[in-house]
Design a protein around this ligand. Structure first.
Ligand code: PLP
Length: 352
């Protein structure tokens, strides 16, 4: 593989900064399984406070947060309502079917976001033949929707449908901090209607590992038991939890830069021949674009950009995704947009 100078593949590509590494090196530690790791306890307290929930638990990954939340809330044969693009449907190895024996009813939302009416219509009438609708799940921001933000009114309207019908409401908040920074809505306001939610530390927050799952005390007690069962309980986890504490204190407000950079990239490439960007979907740190008009597939564009030291993800045959993050500067993004322009124009010249 060519050397990657500019990595726009994902916000998971961030490396811990010197400040974060210092925090990790100096972390106070103990035994997490015995609730004796002070840094992990601090991280959980901070996350619970930020999200307005009674308690929180540190997890190795966001995927484990989703799977454990589903395990706590659902029983085999239960049905979950989620957007068709959601991570729990497409990127967790069929976990809901494997671990909790649940099915998911996909909703055809717009840019990853569905309405209260759609959620209501997706609920199944109680009858012997149908699975029991148990949970509504939303993703903030909606990753495959374009990094789009669930507006607070929509969150609340869907929350009301859940409440009126006795359903559990769960948020995959992998990029909730991005939604908070971009919208100005507080995390606890977004979180208010949810029975459970989590944030990822290893995405835009820049940590090497980890996620935090929050909810009521009783929910967290049960989530802890699943974590223990599945082998997710740790020992001196403070070394990594300290990175999370550092990130919550230092790496949220700066996401404004990531969002500005994503918008700049989108604007710089929107008018390239054969490249289509849905500008309305550019709301946070992602830019999805379609290259079907260039005469190249996403895989071809990906390869040609790699030769220029730029990595941009290929999501589909013609769909590509740029994600801005802590390790990407404004100059990097401008250079990447130029590289894409060169690749597109060169190919057009060859074809002419
Ligand atoms: C990355 C991601 C996850 C999974 O998080 P990991 O920490 O990688 O397991 C879940 N949901 C969304 C929307 C994500 O982007």
């Amino acid at each position: 593989m060519s050397k990657i100078d500019i990595d726009l593949y994902s916000d998971t590509q961030t490396r811990p900064t010197p400040g974060m590494r210092d925090a990790m090196a100096n972390a106070e530690v103990g035994d997490e399984q015995r609730d004796e790791d002070p840094s992990t306890n601090r991280l959980c307290d901070m996350a619970a406070e930020m999200l307005g929930k009674e308690a929180a638990v540190f997890m190795p990954s966001g995927t484990m947060c989703n799977q454990i939340a589903i395990l706590v809330h659902c029983r085999p044969g239960d049905d979950i309502i989620a957007d068709k693009t959601s991570h729990i449907i497409n990127s967790e190895g069929g976990g809901p079917a494997v671990f909790s024996g649940t099915s998911i009813r996909p909703i055809d939302g717009v840019r990853g976001i569905f309405t209260a009416e759609q959620a209501e219509a997706a609920m199944r009438k109680p009858r012997r033949h149908a699975p029991r609708t148990r949970m509504i799940e939303i993703e903030q921001t909606a990753n495959s929707g374009g990094g789009t933000i669930w507006p607070l009114e929509t969150v609340r309207a869907v929350g009301k449908v859940a409440q009126d019908n006795g359903l559990v409401l769960h948020m995959d908040g992998a990029r909730l901090p991005n939604a908070v920074v971009a919208s100005g809505v507080a995390a606890r306001d977004f979180a208010e209607p949810f029975d459970s939610l989590w944030i990822d530390l290893s995405k835009g927050l820049g940590c090497p590992i980890g996620a935090v799952l929050a909810g009521s005390k009783d929910f967290i007690l049960q989530a802890w038991q699943w974590k223990q069962r599945m082998g997710g309980a740790m020992r001196q986890s403070g070394v990594i939890a300290a990175a999370g504490v550092y990130a919550l204190e230092n790496n949220i407000d700066r996401m404004v830069d990531d969002h500005d950079n994503a918008r700049m990239f989108a604007e710089n490439v929107a008018n390239l021949p054969g490249v289509a960007v849905d500008m309305d979907s550019v709301q946070t740190n992602m830019v999805f674009f379609d290259v079907s008009g260039t005469g190249m597939t996403a895989a071809e564009v990906h390869e040609r950009l790699l030769k220029r030291g730029v990595r941009i993800g290929e999501n589909d045959k013609y769909r590509m995704r740029v994600v801005t993050h802590l390790d990407v500067t404004r100059d990097h993004v401008a250079t990447a947009a130029e590289a894409l322009r060169d690749v597109v124009l060169e190919n057009a010249a060859v074809m002419a």
